[in-house]
Structures are given as C-alpha cells and as structure tokens.
Design a protein around this ligand. Structure first.
Ligand code: SAH
Ligand code: SF4
Length: 366
C-alpha cells in the first residue's frame, strides 16, 4: 500500500482523490508523507522557524460563531481589553527578544473607536521599534477602507481563516445572518490580497459534520486562492458553545491532531514556499504538538506574549496551554523544544513567505 502513497507523493499537483488518500494514510504510509513534506520545507523555505509574538489583546466580540468560547452570546466570560501601554509593552518585549514579528488578535469589532485605536497602536508599535517589528493583524472582517488604513499604519500581514471553504459547512458552524456571511468573508480575503497584505487563511480540522472531502477541498481552496500563509488547527470543543452538543460525533482528539499534521504536510507539498503556522491548538492536545507540526512542514510559531492576567479569559477552546506562564518562561522552553525539532530560529527576521515576493512580482508584471 505504501507504493500508492509513494506514487501520489511523486505528483506535482495531487488531485482531490490523491489528497483524500493521503489524509487517510496509516501509520507506515504517513511516515512517507511527513518525510516528503520535511524535504520540501528544507528545500523551499529552509529549516527555520519564525516567531510571531501573539498578543490576544481583547476578548470583546460582536459575533457568535458556534464553536468559539469568546462568542458574544457566552455571558460566562469575563471581558477584557488591555491598555495601550500593556499592548505596546508586549510589542517591546517581542522586539527586545528578537522575535521579528508580532500578531495583534482579538474578538471582532468594527466600531469607529476600535478602528481608530488599532490605527494608532500600529503607528506607535512601529515607532517604538524603529520600524523594525513586523506586524500581522487578525481582527476579523472589516471594510476595505479599514483594511487600507491599517495597512498604511504599518500592518503588512493579515490572518483571516475561512474556517471552512465549504459554504454549507460554514453555515453549520455559524449563524446564517449578515454578520456571519460566507461571501463577505471571501470578499474580505480578496480585499486583503488586493491591498497588498500578505494574506493568510486557514480552517479548523475535526469539526462536527466535516469529512475528508471538505478537508481536501480546503487545501485546494488555499491553492486556488493563492494565499501566502496558512494556519490550520484542530477544532477543540468548548462547553459554553452551541457546537458542544455534537461532541459525541467528533473524532477523538488524537485523531484530530494527526489529521492536522497530515493537512500541514500535504499543504507543504502543494504550496512549497508559503508560511505555515504550527497552531497553538495543537499544543492543547500534545505538549510538543507544535514541534511535531514543524517536522511535518510548518515553519511559523506564535508564542503567546499576552499579559498573563488576561490569558485565562481568552479561551477560544478549553485546555488552552500556557495560560499561567509568563511570556519569557514560554520563550525559554520554546527555544529548547524547537532545537529538538531540528529547526533554527529566525531571530530578528520578518520571515516573509517567499511566495509573497513571487506573487507581488507577478502582479507588477500584469
Ligand atoms: N476574531 C478573529 C480572530 C480571533 S479567533 C476571527 O475570528 O478571525 C481566531 C481563530 O480561533 C478563529 O479563526 C478560529 O479558527 C479559532 N478558533 C475559535 N474557536 C475555536 C475552537 N473551539 N477550536 C479551535 N480553534 C478555534
Ligand atoms: Fe469572535 Fe473570532 Fe470567536 Fe468568531 S472566532 S466568536 S469572530 S473571536
């Protein structure tokens, strides 16, 4: 049977059936898949992990995604919004520790006060790091004008997961209303690309109602959308969310974990020069889950540098790791673990995906 996998792995562009077969690979077969992904990673992006210091600065959210622990409808969560000073201190921490980049992430808001504040924070974050820190933002769906303002203020990468590229499945995990519109999310991704952001998307893996076909289509979607970055992680149920009622239909956590590693490996083979994140949710299942993802083709790590006091309230899913560890403590243990995975750390570098430079060059030629 390994021969079938070996043959698929020789193909430049695996088709949907090939991808499904790879997703179903057994213990022996998946060793071939991971080895191939590791070789592609080494050749196209190098054995290097780049840091993005993750600042989850607020859990205030206007949306009601059925899977997420900080959805507006969950009244058990204590809401927080860190001060500008705390956020900028976290940026300074990342800069002084040579992280190269930070990510600002929060619940979704589109009010004027929020938009203005982010713009100011981006400008200040650049100022206090002498223009050196790379900034990714992950602040949900916004108007093109807002995206433009934030881009001009200093953000150059954006993460907006499509969550599922299958419209029917999308509406099983979101309310069907104006605030959770599949087409709006697609348009947001197109807007980001058109504005010149390095654009990242991704999905959750192991969702209720999700099957192998959906996952294969997700990978093909990333490819056809020509994204620069992907972050995919296992879905982890949260007891205060509507999807929790389907917990008995889910794959065991270890299988969701393995499926995520396979998705990462297949994607690395399909999109050789993009950035792929080792999602934090992997670590909630396996303490060295993210390092395993690095071995399977991922090259981005997002150490959590949110001030510790707020971490317990940013629980998108349960058992979130490191909620009581300080940022530097996390950094030390991380460095040792990444060394075991065989990667070097791209200290002080932005670590932009080579894919982005090529996409930009192509756009300029047209
Ligand atoms: N509000 C922004 C960013 C914060 S949420 C947004 O939604 O884009 C960041 C990501 O967390 C989401 O894209 C989703 O994929 C992930 N997430 C939310 N709930 C989760 C859960 N229960 N298990 C795993 N990932 C989850
Ligand atoms: Fe809000 Fe993002 Fe959670 Fe949806 S996934 S409820 S937008 S924080």
């Amino acid at each position: 049977m390994s021969k079938i996998i070996a043959d698929i792995l020789k193909k430049e562009n695996p088709d949907k059936n090939d991808i499904i077969r790879l997703l179903k690979s057994d213990f022996k077969e998946r060793q071939l898949l991971f080895a191939k992904a590791a070789a592609v990673k080494e050749k196209y992006v190098g054995l290097k992990t780049y840091y993005r210091g993750l600042i989850e600065f607020s859990n205030i959210c206007t949306k009601n995604c059925y899977y997420c622990g900080i959805r507006a409808g969950n009244h058990k969560v204590q809401r927080y919004d860190i001060s500008d000073e705390q956020l900028l201190n976290a940026v300074k921490f990342a800069y002084e520790n040579n992280y190269g980049s930070v990510v600002f992430q929060s619940g979704e808001r589109a009010d004027k006060q929020f938009i203005d504040r982010i713009e100011q924070l981006l400008i200040k974050a650049k100022q206090i790091t002498r223009g050196k820190i790379g900034i990714t933002i992950s602040l949900g769906e916004q108007s093109k004008e807002t995206y433009r303002r934030w881009f001009n203020a200093g953000a150059h990468r954006y993460l907006l997961r499509i969550e599922s590229s299958n419209e029917a499945l999308y509406y099983k995990i979101h309310p069907k209303n104006k605030l959770h519109d599949f087409k709006t999310r697609l348009k947001a991704l197109s807007d980001l690309q058109a504005l010149g952001y390095q654009t990242g998307t991704g999905v959750m893996i192991g969702l209720p109602f999700q099957n192998y076909e959906h996952l294969a289509d997700d990978l093909l979607f990333f490819k056809s959308f020509d994204v620069d970055m992907v972050g995919m992680g296992p879905y982890i149920e949260h007891s205060d969310t509507p999807l929790y009622q389907y917990r008995n239909q889910l794959l065991p956590l270890e299988e969701r974990f393995m499926l995520t590693l396979k998705m990462i490996a297949i994607l690395r083979i399909m999109m050789k020069d993009i950035n792929i994140a080792a999602a934090t949710a992997l670590q909630a299942i396996d303490p060295v889950g993210r390092e395993k993802a690095l071995k399977a083709g991922a090259n981005i790590m997002m150490p959590n540098i949110t001030p510790t006091v707020n971490r317990e309230n940013y629980q998108l899913y349960e058992n979130k790791p490191c909620i009581d560890e300080g940022a530097d403590e996390c950094t030390n243990c991380l460095e040792a673990r990444i060394a075991i995975s065989g990667d070097n750390i791209g200290y002080g570098e932005w670590g932009d995906a080579p894919h982005f430079a090529k996409r930009k060059a192509k756009l300029q030629k047209v």
